[in-house]
Every structure is written in C-alpha cells, then in structure tokens.
Write a protein that binds this ligand. Structure first.
Ligand code: DC
Length: 248
C-alpha cells in the first residue's frame, strides 16, 4: 500500500505531460453529486479516486479530538506539524485516511466534523500543508489517471489538469440529497436545519480568501439538478475519453 505523509515542503508536481497520469478535476459545492460520480467514473476508467474533502475532515477530526480551536491559525499550524497523515487507495477504490496511525472513516462524516472542516479549510497554512499531499497522490507508480474531487482541484491543486468539471445544482435539490445521504448513514437531522448548515458551510467555502470555491475558467459546467448520476457520469466519461485519446 502506498502512503503519502503530510508535508510542508514536498516538491511541487512537474508539469503535465503525456506520461503523467491524466488528472480529472471535479469541483463544486456539497450536494451536487461530486463524490458519487467521481467514484463511479474512477472505477469505470480504472483511475485513482482522490477525495480531498476527507483530508480537511481529517484535520478537523484531530482539532476536535485534541480540543484545538479550528479558527486559530497558530494552534492549527502546530497541530499540522505534529500530525502524521497518511492517504492511500483502499481495496474497493475508495480512499483510506489515517491520522497518527489511526484509520478514520465514519468518524469523518459527522455533522460536527463537517462544520469544523469548513473552518479549518479557510486557513491558508492548513491548505498549504495539504497541497503536496494531494498533488503527490496521483504521482505514484502505476497510476494511469486520477479523479480528484473537491473545491479547488481545477483552480489550485491541479491547475494543469486537462479535464475539469464544475458541478452545480439548485439549492433545494442539494439540500434534499444531503438529507438523504445523512439518512442513509442513520444521521438524519431536521431537513430545514440540514439546509441551513449546508448553506452556511458553502457560504464560507465560496467567500473565504484562501482558495475560495469557484469554477476554473476552462472547466465544463454541469447542472446536475435534473440529471441522474448515470447521465452525469456518461457526459464526463465521454469528455475524458476524448482527452485521453488525444494524448495517445
Ligand atoms: O467535500 P467535503 O464536504 O468532504 O469537504 C469538507 C470541507 O472541506 C468543506 O467545507 C469544503 C472543504 N474543502 C475545501 O476547502 N477544499 C477542498 N479541496 C475540499 C474540501
């Protein structure tokens, strides 16, 4: 299993060329179906799946576990320095995250971690610490392609990605999907409260100074409100295959 420890000073990635893995960048707010579709196309194409949100969630989990103020830049910088973060691909194509040797999965999906993740994601030093972790994830031996999902994949982490998508959906539909997702994990909350929480997090993600959520100028915009997962995946796979064919 390949693991990539968190680091402040890993080398930046080399520019994309025909031999480097094809990076597919998928960005958008929560509830647009990014994770579902990213996992689906990664498995269909035999690419590696990078869930960048899980890394911010891992930092948030540690802040909560250690009682560190997630809005305090100095304390969070120290926390990063003292944290060993390992990321690897799991057997089912998912991503495995370990913090200080402890594997985290369901722990990263609680509403509390969601809220704190959007706070730590606003801190430039946390973003800087996670940047090489994400960039090196796709550069492991044998990786043909990476489907990277998050908020700044196409703008900051992989600005040279040859295929970029930005997914959107109507707020009502996003809240409905988020509620269903929580219900499926036995964490259903009041739908109005779920929508309020989601809008507060998205507002923070869009308006923060450090890498705010925004579409890259060369991203293909897809409104998923009235599309099935399969329809979104098909559109994306067609675009990716055209790009992959052009690189051969
Ligand atoms: O996608 P998610 O809900 O798991 O992301 C958790 C939080 O991390 C969310 O508030 C957005 C933030 N995030 C980010 O700022 N940049 C990313 N590349 C991925 C997630």
């Amino acid at each position: 299993m390949n693991t990539i420890p968190g680091s402040w000073d890993a080398k930046p990635p080399q520019g994309a060329d025909r031999t480097s893995p094809l990076v597919v960048a998928i960005d958008g707010p929560s509830g647009v179906g990014k994770s579902t579709v990213a996992k689906l196309i990664a498995s269909r194409l035999g690419y590696t799946y990078l869930d960048s949100g899980a890394l911010y969630r891992a930092v948030a989990w540690k802040a909560l576990a250690t009682g560190t103020d997630p809005t305090e830049p100095d304390a969070m910088r120290r926390l990063c320095r003292e944290t060993s973060l390992n990321v690897s691909s799991g057997a089912g194509g998912g991503m495995v995250v370990e913090v200080d040797g402890r594997g985290l999965a369901a722990e990263l999906r609680t509403p509390e971690v969601s809220r704190v993740a959007s706070q730590v994601a606003a801190l430039p030093d946390v973003r800087a610490w996670l940047l090489p972790v994400q960039q090196s994830f796709g550069r492991r031996p044998g990786v043909r392609g990476v489907v990277a999902e998050g908020r700044d994949m196409g703008t900051r982490v992989f600005p040279e990605a040859p295929v970029k998508f930005f997914l959107e959906a109507e707020p009502q539909e996003r809240a409905r999907r988020r509620h269903e997702e929580l219900a499926a994990a036995d964490r259903a909350a009041d739908p109005a409260e779920t929508r309020r929480e989601m809008e507060a997090r998205d507002g923070r993600d869009r308006t923060r100074e450090a890498a705010p959520l925004t579409a890259a100028p060369d991203a293909v915009l897809i409104d998923t409100s009235r599309l099935t997962v399969e329809e979104v995946a098909e559109r994306m796979v067609r675009a990716i295959e055209r790009t992959a064919a052009g690189r051969r």
